[in-house]
Write a protein that binds this ligand. Structure first.
Ligand code: ADP
Length: 618
């Protein structure tokens, strides 16, 4: 069931922050640490940063990169190899600009730093899909992604999957949404304590939409939650605190992994072989009332720890407060840890999390770029923050839609005087991720393939002549010949067979989109629901339109009790409807019978094990 594979070899960890939406330039969490330790399943070790095959990392890369574009070429690239160069609009790249520029130089693509009157092939946005009005090409953001990975939305999406597949989604700490689930939180904690008096939990409260550790605090008891004052108006997630994390050098650390969502339909996911490990700067102790407030001990955020006197900026990828993940894997491996299993668990976690996000993302996508409307295609680099437990189980902390791609950090030259200095660990990891993302979405690749196929056919016709010409050495060199092997490894559809059964809500979303025709809207009213039922041919003499209306009211009631803001509620409908439908069915045995027979055509409901399995379009 688990994706096999050898972990990437890398270095030290570091933690990245999300670039706050709408932020002008910096604020995202500072550059993160090192690279991931092993190569992902089936991969070899990551080439060393300094290794010759790695291509141009670091300063050397910049030097080399600068010369490269000097080849011939006008605005669209030149005649070199008679190949037009890929054009990239970097005018909205914000803090990822420096890493993007280096990547483009390495690729010898054409950058438009101030935008362009003509369309570009690729638009690189620092924050959101909506940074620019784009009608063609590709953009590095999906509509709705920022909303989907906010702490509350992510917790809801994962919980939907936990309801359906509890064992498969046990990599996310138990969470409650504040303020509406505060009474539930209190009750559940009391019940758990009653049933196990030795349980002495700690909880972590995280404001929704926060980043870089902003507003986060630890508590020992639900009554310690600061529901009053400014936080009352600030929705948050309260989560079980993982008290026994894996320590390295007695320090807590987390992992920032880069994941490329290359396409939503069909689903295509890549994981970077290396990432960053971000370290706390005070030796870890399990939480007690005395140390709960010690952020340098409990929170791994770079943006916080960089202010500790103990923070170590290092030029090495396997020392200091930010290292490559590969360096951690190497270290764990030398201690005899099963890093292959760890890597495989991480891949599962990433795939399952994205499967939890895709249903609503598809609704956002359909709403922003309905079929037939001119629009760009999308891809996106996501930052997965993962904590390893002492037993090496990876736990998801959060997903960042705008992981910091900064490759510099601030250094205080003299009191109060700061300068940006390059961060080798960040540059090593992030430039490779951006460059290889671009290679994977390269719009010329397909064209080149088509041309090669055509050429092969011609070659076939002139076979004898070709034999005279000699071996393949005469073929034009690949434009990627000077680049290292890709640091991004495909995990989906590669491991699709193991995970497709989890794509239940995804199929329900597809059903909704298909039959409801979500165009420019994400809302479903009672009439739309009737249309949906009619289109799916779900109504019959047992399941009348009056029952449909009652079901709609019941679903809406449940949906509203989840405290979802009406203005935002549309995109949630797909998942929530599925969930509420299931609960309605469970609660009402009468409906259970009616629906079970009516819906079977599209959705086979197995209430007994609390799962819905879809047989859509089969
Ligand atoms: P932010 O977006 O503000 O960085 P995170 O969810 O990433 O918020 O949490 C910040 C830090 O708090 C994490 O990097 C991690 O060190 C710690 N943390 C978060 N959730 C947990 C948890 N459930 N258990 C233990 N530590 C956690």
């Amino acid at each position: 069931m688990e994706p096999a594979g050898a972990p990437p070899h890398g270095c030290a960890p570091a933690r990245e922050a999300e670039e706050p939406p709408g932020s002008p330039a910096l604020p995202a969490e500072e550059p993160q640490d090192g690279q991931p330790a092993g190569a992902p399943p089936g991969q070899g070790a990551l080439p060393s940063a300094a290794g010759p095959e790695r291509g141009p990392p670091g300063r050397a890369a910049r030097g080399r990169g600068r010369r490269a574009p000097g080849r011939r070429g006008g605005e669209d690239g030149g005649r070199a190899g008679r190949r037009p160069r890929v054009t990239v609009d970097s005018s909205k790249a914000k803090t990822s600009l420096e890493a993007l520029k280096i990547s483009l130089r390495q690729l010898r693509w054409k950058e438009f730093p101030f935008g362009r009157r003509l369309p570009c092939d690729i638009y690189w946005h620092g924050v959101s899909f909506h940074d620019n009005d784009i009608f063609s090409g590709q953009v590095n953001k999906f509509p709705g992604m920022t909303e989907m990975v906010r702490k509350i939305t992510l917790s809801r999406a994962v919980r939907t999957m936990q309801d359906l597949f509890p064992l498969e989604y046990n990599f996310y700490p138990r969470s409650w949404i504040l303020p509406e689930e505060f009474p539930l939180f209190v009750t559940e904690v009391r019940m758990m304590k009653d049933s196990d008096p030795s349980w002495k939990p700690t909880f972590i409260v995280k404001p929704d939409g926060g980043c870089q550790g902003d507003g986060i605090y630890l508590i020992k008891d639900p009554s310690d939650i600061r529901l009053m004052g400014s936080t009352q108006s600030r929705p948050a997630v309260v989560q079980e605190y993982i008290c026994k994390p894996l320590l390295v050098d007695k320090l807590k650390f987390d992992i920032r992994l880069y994941v490329l969502l290359k396409s939503l339909e069909p689903l295509e996911i890549y994981i970077a072989k290396d990432g960053l490990s971000r370290f706390c700067t005070e030796p870890y102790q399990e939480p007690t009332l005395k140390n709960l407030h010690q952020v340098f001990m409990h929170l791994t955020n770079y943006s916080l720890n960089v202010h500790s006197g103990n923070f170590i900026h290092s030029d090495s990828v396997n020392t200091g407060s930010k290292r490559t993940f590969s360096s951690i894997l190497c270290r764990l491996s030398s201690r005899g840890a099963d890093v292959k299993k760890l890597w495989s668990d991480i891949i599962s976690l990433v795939i399952k999390t994205i499967i939890a996000l895709t249903p609503e993302l598809k609704v956002y996508y359909q709403s922003d770029i309905p079929a037939g409307k001119p629009g760009p295609t999308c891809f996106q680099i996501l930052g997965f923050d993962i904590l390893l437990m002492k037993n090496l189980k990876p736990m998801l902390l959060e997903v960042n839609a705008n992981p910091s791609m900064r490759i510099e950090h601030e250094q205080e030259l003299s009191p109060g005087v700061f300068e940006n200095v390059p961060s080798p660990v960040d540059e090593e990891v992030k430039v490779a991720v951006i460059r290889d993302t671009l290679r994977l979405v390269d719009p010329q690749k397909k064209k080149r393939k088509d041309i090669q196929c055509q050429a092969l056919e011609e070659v076939g016709e002139a076979k004898e002549k070709l034999l005279d010409v000699g071996p393949a050495g005469d073929a034009p060199p690949s434009p990627e010949a000077h680049l290292p092997s890709l640091c991004l490894k495909q995990v989906f559809p590669k491991y699709a067979k193991q995970f497709n059964y989890l794509r239940l809500v995804d199929r329900v979303a597809a059903l909704f989109i298909r039959f409801l025709g979500v165009k420019g809207t994400t809302k479903l009213g009672p009439t739309g629901f009737r249309t949906f039922i009619r289109n799916c041919k779900l109504s019959n003499s047992n399941f009348s339109m009056a029952s449909v209306d009652i079901l709609y009211i019941d679903i809406t009631r449940r949906w509203n009790s989840m405290g979802i803001d009406h203005k935002e509620s549309g995109p949630f409908l797909v998942c929530k409807t599925c969930c509420c439908l299931q609960r309605s069915i469970e609660d009402r045995s009468q409906w259970n019978l009616q629906l079970n027979s009516s819906v079977r055509r599209y959705v086979h409901v197995r209430v007994a094990d609390c799962r819905l399995s879809c047989r859509l379009f089969t």
